[in-house]
Design a protein around this ligand. Sequence first.
Ligand code: GAP
Length: 462
Amino acid sequence: MEKIVSLCKRRGFIYQGSEIYGGLAGTFDYGPLGVLLKKNIENLWWKRFVLDREDMYGIDASILMNQEVWKASGHVGGFSDPLVEDLETKKRYRADHLLEANNIDPRGMTLIDMDDAIKSNDLKSSDGNKLGDVRQFNMMFQTYVGATTDESSISYLRPETAQGMFVNFKNVMDSFHPKLPFGMAQIGKAFRNEIGPRDFIFRVREREQMEIEYFVDPRNQENVTKIFDELFDDQMSFLKDDLGLSPEKIHKIEIDANDRAHYSARSVDTEFDFPFGQKELLGLAYRTDYDLQAHTHASGADLSYFDEETKERFIPHCIEPTFGLGRLILATLSDAYHEDMLGGEMRSVLKLDPKVAPYICAVSPLLKNRPELQEKAREVFSMLKKQFGRVVYDDNGNVGKRYRRQDEIGTPWCIVVDFDTLGVGDAINPEWKDQVTVRDRDTGEQERIAIDQLVEYFNKKI
Ligand code: GAP
């Protein structure tokens, strides 16, 4: 992890939030390369789950919502983590994390069970002090909307994007009249005042989610199960085929009833082998009609669905595939990070899938101080940049150093324009005129490709 965190900072992927002021725990800023990686992952997700399907409706809801939304959804009353306080320093810890750190499995434990386990094992804080009772801590960030700061102006930074879809269910129904099953999808920020943010971007306070609320007909439970399983398979295809994650690091976990979120009748988490252990990457939950029922009762709006064929009216059920974007980025980076020997030298390399790598290729002149090489290399660069966008010009240092630099940020191919390309100078190979060298990141192998074939070459590779 230390190597990945250091690479992310040094090479402009991810920085600590508010760093020059000493940081703000649980917040991170994406730098130029991090943004490219993040956008690639977002775009692949949007393409697979929205653009390539006919049954999906994209939305982009506000982060701030009427406080009644969060009362109805159960978050004001129940969105909390078990917390325990150091009686001396007043530092707070997640009770379940404390138990895990002491090799006690907290899965399925109630608040009282956790309290008993901490007391009977005489667990102490990391400063060695006695701990208070385990209690619930609400994780929502509260704020006030407008000039007054009273009860009526309370709002929250949304803790999940999901509710933005439930409250727009009627709008989408009225505008598009979709037939069941259909889904709504959204990418956006969500906030949680985590007691113990940790493991770099794994557990943060401000993060991005990519979520789908997929509405199904509850009268056919066999079909509901089939759709649930299909959505799980789609999640797997996204991880393996789009992001290129190693299949053996991905684990399917059926969640026990005691450990499910308050709204879920079935949950399947996907865990991943991060450098700090096997942890949750994605979620899939059968939210039933919990949310639409709750908003129907609280708002008075009619959130039912009318079946034209059977003339029946009912509240659809919902299956929710949810993806934490930061965790996907961390999984992608940690899976791609390798140290190996190439050409007798040790190197660190990000073996990123070309679909997600910040740059598809880097273009260089063999020598920086030769205008004729620079001119041709710039020409090749402009052509590729226009076509692919994710292309960088790199003429710093010698070619070997450029290769190492591009390997470290995951650029799959490096193109070099040399004297053979121009067809001038001593000892040139006349067959190599108007061709460039394309060097492969993973093997270090090089091949000559004609400049006018490059676009096709990369299109095929990607
Ligand atoms: N709408 C359902 C929902 O929000 P969740 O399991 O709380 O469910 C969904 O969160 C996903 O968001 C998780 O699977 C995980 O990838 C990510 N996630 C949750 N809490 C996070 C945190 N504090 N920091 C980073 N990612 C988080």
